[in-house]
Design a protein. Structure first.
Length: 364
């Protein structure tokens, strides 16, 4: 808490601090809401301790987010939108820096709480999920002319499923440092049996059939803020993984999180499956904003990308379980294994419904 107080006192906030509490359900950073009072005016700020184990170069990370948000502000202004609400608004430190380094070595950053907004861990209906598709499709469209080469790759090979299999999953399985592999043979076999399909998208990049674009890469529903009253999407947040990537990564990752009939850590696997109504709704929203820019190869792999990203997450959760839960925040001992099995069940459901998913994409 001392480091948090130290960080708070080093940002250029207006007014007096009245409360601060932990917030949100992200798996990576530690997020707080700090309320300040300036005369009659109350202002909420989001303050985050950046996970330096995951993001090794905070300087380059914060340069990315400042560059991307200032570019977005310009585009939003030109489109006649509200630049203060439709993208993140970062607050600099009293010294004018993009983040603060505490005396204990931890890194903090701060931004304005998006006014009158709320985020969701579960889409309440298809319209809400469609709206998140609009948000991510719009995000991609608005960054269409952003210079991708100027972005630092915050996590290398982030969605290179094949690379993760060979360089993270297989070594974790071989080392088995916590002696956990024997208890999760079902998921291990499921992943190994599908390893020959993991290189399909990266091979298409090599063959110049899939273009690299500036993508978000972490398109969970709770990375979109919605208007409290209208429940329309307002703003895409969590910009740490904005990097050159594929439109398909953003599409697929959003589906695997939001079009699951259950939460992504539901233990009852009979409740887990692909919600085709939500799949269609998201695809409609996403493509209404960026569909015109996608080539045929991208369109042909939309349904596949949902399956691949689900397989990838099953593998990432299982890798972390085998490594002793060092990456994702967990709430109990087998949390990562539960998540890995959940994503396995979802991928299996997608395999069963793949032709329907493909038909839905074609119909849009
Ligand atoms: P993580 O990387 O850990 O997922 P996020 O940046 O996604 O961290 O933030 C965690 C949660 O905090 C979000 O899901 C959202 O509910 C809330 N949040 C983050 N930024 C804002 C913001 N600018 N305004 C309002 N809420 C926010
Ligand atoms: C992490 O930070 P958060 O909770 O939005 C992870 C994503 C995973 C997701 C799984 C930087 O996202 O890649 O898809 O958990 N982010 C990072 O829930 O690894
Ligand atoms: Mg997040």
């Amino acid at each position: 808490m001392d480091e948090l107080r130290e960080a708070l006192s080093n940002f250029a906030f207006d007014g007096e601090l009245i409360s601060v509490k932990e917030f949100g359900s992200g798996h990576i950073n530690k997020t707080y809401i700090a309320k300040y009072k300036d005369g009659e005016k109350e202002q909420k700020y989001v303050v985050q301790k950046v996970n330096n184990g995951v993001f090794k170069d905070v300087d380059k990370l914060m340069k990315n987010v400042f560059d991307v948000t200032s570019y977005l502000r310009k585009v939003i202004r030109e489109e006649g939108g509200d630049e203060n609400r439709e993208t993140l608004h970062y607050i600099k430190t009293l010294d004018g820096d993009k983040y603060y380094r505490c005396s204990d070595g931890s890194f903090y950053r701060a931004y304005v709480f998006v006014k009158d907004s709320v985020s969701f861990d579960f889409a309440e209906n298809a319209d809400m999920f469609k709206s998140s598709g609009i948000a991510f499709g719009r995000f991609q469209r608005r960054l269409g002319d952003f210079d991708a080469d100027s972005l630092h790759e915050t996590i290398e090979n982030f969605h290179n499923t094949k690379w993760r299999y060979e360089n993270e999953f297989l070594p974790a399985l071989t080392l088995d440092v916590k002696d956990r592999a024997s208890g999760c043979k079902d998921v291990v076999d499921f992943i190994i049996e599908r390893s020959d399909k993991m290189g399909i998208l990266v091979d298409l990049i090599e063959e110049n059939k899939l273009p690299l674009r500036v993508t978000h890469n972490d398109t969970k529903l709770n990375n979109v803020m919605f208007d409290e009253q209208t429940l329309e999407c307002v703003c895409v947040i969590d910009l740490d993984t904005v990097m050159p990537g594929l439109a398909l990564y953003d599409f697929g990752d959003a589906i695997r999180f939001g079009a699951n009939t259950a939460a992504d850590d539901e233990k009852d696997l009979s409740a887990v499956g692909i919600n085709l109504e939500y799949f269609k709704a998201f695809a409609e929203g996403f493509l209404s904003e960026c569909g015109d820019t996608l080539n045929q190869c991208e369109k042909d792999h939309l349904a596949f990308s949902a399956w691949l990203l689900t397989l990838e997450l099953s593998m990432r959760f299982l890798t972390d379980y085998l490594n002793g839960d060092v990456y994702f925040k967990t709430n109990y001992l087998e949390h990562n294994l539960v998540r890995a099995r959940n994503q396995m069940a979802l991928a299996l459901s997608m395999e069963e419904h793949m032709s329907e998913m493909e038909e839905i994409v074609k119909s849009i």
